[in-house]
Structures are given as structure tokens and as C-alpha cells.
Design a protein around this ligand. Sequence first.
Ligand code: MTE
Ligand code: HPA
Ligand code: MOS
Length: 755
Amino acid sequence: MSRTMKNIDSFTHVRGESLFVDDLITRQDTLHGVVFDSPKAHGKITSVDYSKAAALKGVVKIFTHKDIKGENQIGGIMPDEPLWAEDEVHFWGQPIAFIVAESEVIAKKARKLIEIDIQDLPVITTAIEAKAMKSFISAPRYFKLGDTKAAFSDCEYVYEGETFSNGQEHLYLETQGCYAVPQENGSIKITSSTQGPTQVQKATARVLGVPMHKIEVDVIRLGGGFGGKEDQATPWAVMTAVAVQYLNKPVKYILNRHDDLRMTGKRHPYSSFFKIGLNKDLKIIAFEAEFLQNAGAAADLSPAIAERTLFHATNSYFVPNVSTTVHSCKTNLPPNTAFRGFGGPQGMFVIESAIAKAADQMGIDKRKIQEANLLAEGDEFPYGQIASNVEAQNSWFTAKDKFGVEQLEKEVKDFNSKHEHFKKGISFMPITFGISFTNTPMNHARALIHIYQDGSVGVSTGAVEMGQSVNTKMLQVAKLALGISAEKVKLETTNTTRVANTSPSAASSTADLNGKAVDMACSALIERLTGVAAKMAKAENEKISFQEDHVFVDGKKSRITWEALVAQAMLERVALSENAHYATPTIHFDKTKEKGHPFAYHVYGTAITGVTVDCVRGTYEIDYVKIVHDFGISMNMGIDLGQVEGALAQGIGWMTLEEIAYDTNGRLLSNALSTYKVPDIFSAPKIIETIPVETEGNKMAIHKSKAVGEPPLMYGIGAYFAIQQAVKAFNKNYELKFHAPFTPEKVLMGLYEKN
Ligand code: MTE
Ligand code: HPA
Ligand code: MOS
């Protein structure tokens, strides 16, 4: 196949013509909603007075839980999340009511007129406090391999420590939003900025007390999701639908940035504890970790995210004795949610910290320990899957070789010996990331393809375009399978009436799952068209193929065009539409044993990160990140490189700059872009060099092109350890801490810390 193609949206993107929810032309009678949310993190609602707000001219109605005809429940994994609070509030920003007015300005004015009294209840903001108070979302999970107790007693070296990694704001450019329009007979069409159209449909039907067929959800594209719209696009859509059900008028709600920052959950902060044991050959013999996940006030996706933390707790290393536990801790923060990596990064940070601590105590390079323990073919993951087609060592040694590691390390040493007030650091970050939803039943997708009678083609799938360019990849799959040019293929919006019962676009699996379904649908169409073409060409079926918008006979281009073929198929009443279903084969997982084969395959890679720390100011620059990445056989290198670079920047931001802060009352302090710093052009690495690992690829991936959305985020973890090394080079007294993000403030304190 032609393994390159520009993102099909680039033309309309740069011209500002791409449509997002807020760009839709609305009906003239459209009303506007705004959420009234809790001004306290935990308490009993003793009274709410809506009278002044309701009396404001232009306010149509204020909706509360009392207006719900079905269930006041939107919890996906667990039924623990009301749409609107009833008697108690559990986080600052929890929706209590929904004001619908003739304009957004009026709705917001009315919001200020609502008077509420809340009787304070104790507020928990950290996972550690929650655990002490036995405040949990779900039962703990335990993964075990071998026998750590026995193994530790055989270890030459044993170290313990603790880590913290903070949350992270998704900061999608397009904030949450939706537009709901009444149709006939109580049906409602919702246009939503969601990664999970079916989730929105299902939750809406439940809250409205109507069958799912009454609710149509349409998604054009997202201005970014990053996991933040896997579950948390749902409440706003449901609220507007409740209003539509009652008022029979269209209702729109686009959150402004402040409301979005305050009311939505983020990446989960984790507090973790580790114990690592090594023998004198630097082999990691035993590893124990306890992860405390700060889930926030409701489950959302937390149990699934906690599970993925355990799946990735040993990262790219083989450890024969492992014992890990995760507690999903209930606190009074907004429910934390999916964020690129889905708990995996939090797990990997801990074992990397453990290795850093061991190396520091042993007085050797961290890299030596990493290198001695890389996964090999046939190694067993703690969850029972046997590693195959492993590229962990391949990517590591390719990076060493291609990027000239000895030279890079020598540069650091030379520089540090010459400079007093600037120090450089270098780190290695291998990654191993499992591809598939960890929840096996979610690994399926569908595609619906129409060939129209003029030969043009419409492709519908369950895939949501959110900037990752999945639509471009779907188009590539379709045009290759049908042998036609790109102009003939259109990617339709993602719509629940065309493709039903979808999993959210997530887990980096969207292109694999939906792409395989597109391929299957195209194959079925081609099979039918082959019969028609054979008759037209007076040749046998076996001789027919489709390429370059023509029928090929015996590998040679005939005069029969694609259009002529389709026209003939119409005359012969051959079906020109096909619906296909793909479900990932071979995967399974038994939660009672915590063993199985949950992943279709793994993605591997290695990043080398070089940094320079200004030891007077505590500021730092990322000089370079050099990556050998396992793309499989990339079907679109331009797009995939974009995913690597974007994910890397996001990972570096999480590890270095982005600092979510709540006060002890549970109020978000980092509630604007003036107080929440994301990487900009100045903090991005000066050089990013990415080369593909040489590999056979994996046929479980679409056209052997491996999933790329999330794995490279974890290269960003390397920045933490490179900075740490530079700090240590300046201050021998610095005691290694694993408390991310490593902000310039923390770096400065580390530089001048005295023992
Ligand atoms: N890239 C862009 N530009 N915007 C996004 O919102 N989301 C990420 C990743 N890359 C995202 C992105 C996340 S969290 C996931 S799971 C994958 O894309 C989802 O898409 P995929 O399954 O097609 O890789
Ligand atoms: N990854 C991302 N999203 C998910 C998953 C997963 O493994 N499971 C449920 N939602
Ligand atoms: Mo991605 S966190 O799986 O949406």
C-alpha cells in the first residue's frame, strides 16, 4: 500500500473550515444551558434557593434531579455517580442544577443568583488520607508472579522507597460541549464532542427513561480528547437531553475553559511504595509495589485505570518475582479519568524510580540495571501473558548504536567537569505498552460501507476522529482494499444510528479495531464485485483484481473502470453496501486468577533524553530526545511521527511542568492557564529524533501498523531522570526524590539541599 498520505482534515483545519460542535448552525429557537455546580468539596445540601435565578428575564427553566424521568445515574463501570447531586455533594464543581435560558449570558447571570447552603463534611484530597480512612472506590487488585518473600532473602541488594506522580489536565483545545435537538415522537439527536458516542447514547437513555433507539448521537470530530472525553463528555450531553425532553426545543451547552477545568476530572495522582531486590549481576530478582490511586469522588473509569497500572508495573523488564497491589481511593476531587496511557505511565514511573534508587545506592549508572533486565522472547509478564515478537532489546540496542551512546555520555561527563553552574544529565527510557482494552469484551468494532451508484464510497465506523488522524487511516485501508483513489472515499461522521454499540475510541486501539472492520467490509464488497467484473471481462474470477480505479485482468489494466463496474453491479441488483464486525481474536483474561493473555500485542521503544540544568536558577532545557520506536510497519509515517512527538511533549509536561493543585478544602487552585503550565515551544525538546525499529510487524495490527496513540507518552518519563541526574551532578548531597512533576522550584530546592 502507499504508506503515506496527508491528514485528510489538514486543508479544512488550516482554513478554519473544519466543523466542531460549536460551529454547527443552530435552530433559531435554540436555548442555552449552563451548569450550577457545588461550591464545596463535601457536604450536605441544607437549602438551595433558585427563586431569584428563575425569575430572571430570559431564564426558561432550572433543571435538578427532580426533573429526571428515568434514573439519576451516569456511572459507567459502577452506578455511583448522579447526574445532578441530590442531598450531598462530593466534590467542588459537582453539578447540582442546569439552568436553561434564552442566551448563555442570561444563564450565567442566573447562576450567580442561586443561593445555596451546604453543611460541611470532612474533605479528603489525597489517596494516602483516603486509604487511612478506608475510603475506597472498589476492592484492591493483586498481581503476583513467583514468590517475592522468598526471593528478597536471596537478594544482594534490597531498597525501598516511595513515589508520587501528580494529575494532569487534558487541555483539549475544544472544551466539552454538545448540542441536542428534538426530533419526532420523543427522539433526540445529540451532537457531542465525545470519544464514546455509545456511552453518551446509553447514559442519556437511562436518565431519560427511554429506549436507546430514541437517542441518536453524532460526532463530527473532536478538538482533542486525550482520554478526557472517554467518559466525561457524557454528563453535559445528558443534561441537554433532559432539557430537550422537557422543553421540546434544541439546547446547546459549550463549557467555557474555567468551568471545564473546575468540573472535569484529570489524570489520576498516585502515591506509591516500592521494594526492589537485585543480585550481584544487577538482575532484578524481586519487585513489590503498592499503588494508591486518587480516584476522586466517583468511580468513572478508575478501576480499569488501576488495573492497567498493574499491567505496566514492570515496564520493559522481566522480573521473576513480582507482587503488586492497587487501591482505588475515594477522595473529594472531581472523578479522575482516562488520560493517554490510562494508568500505565503511573505504574512505569514507580519501577523507573526503584531502579534509579537502586543505582544511586549502589553507585552505578541506572542504565546498567535497565540494560541487564530488558524483556526477552518468551518471558512471562506478571499477568501470565508470554512476551512474543519482543522489541525491547532491539529498540534499546539500536538506540545505543544509532545514537552513539558512548559519545552522548562522554559529552555529559566532559560538560559537567568543565561547568560549575550548568550541569547536564542523560537518561534512558524503555517502554512496553499492551495494546487492547484490558477489558476483553470491549475489543470489537464495526464498519458500514456504501458504494454509491456513481462509484463514490462512504465509510462509517465507530472510530472518533480526535486529531490522531484515524479517519485518514480508515480512508487508506478502504482505498487500498477497493483499489480506488482517495477522492472516491469519504469518511462519514461517527453516528450511533449507522454504527451501533461501539466501544469508545480509546486504548490506542481505534485504528486496529475499526480498520480491521473496514477491511472486512471491503473484502465482502470486492468479492461480490469480482463476479460482476468477471462477466464483464469474460474472464475467470481468479484473474480479477481491482487497482487504479480499474478492473485488472491477469494483473493487467482492462478498460473497465470502477464506475462502469459499479453501474453494472446496480443493473444486476448486487448489494453495494456492507456491514462488518471485527472482534480481536485470541485475547482473554481471568480476573479471579489475574492471569491471561489480555493484549493483542505490545508496543516497544527506547528514548534517550539529554537535559541541561541551570544550577543557579533551577531551570532546565531538554536538549534532545532520541527515540527508537516500534511502529510495526507504519501505514502513515507522517501521522505516526506526529503521534510520537505529541505524546512525548505531553509526557514531558506531566513529568516536569504541569502541576495540578487543590487546596485542603478541595478547591482547584490551578484553575486557569496562568497557574497551570503546559509545555510550549520553549520547553519542548530542542531536538526530537525518531527512527523506527527494524521489525516484522505484527499481523494483529492493521496492515501491521502498530497502535501509536499512547505508548510514546511514556518516553516523557525519561526527562524526570535526566534532570535528576543533572541535579545530583551539581549537589552530591541531594537525596533522590520521586515526586513528579520535577518543576524548576523542586529542582532548585534539590540543587541546594543539604543533608
Ligand atoms: N492525538 C490527538 N491529536 N488528539 C487526541 O485526543 N488522544 C490520544 C491518542 N492521540 C489523542 C491523540 C489517546 S488518549 C488515545 S487512546 C488515542 O490517540 C486514541 O486514538 P487511536 O486509538 O486511534 O490511537
Ligand atoms: N484503555 C483505555 N480506555 C479504556 C480501557 C483501556 O484499557 N478500558 C476501558 N476503557
Ligand atoms: Mo485514551 S486515555 O485510551 O482515550
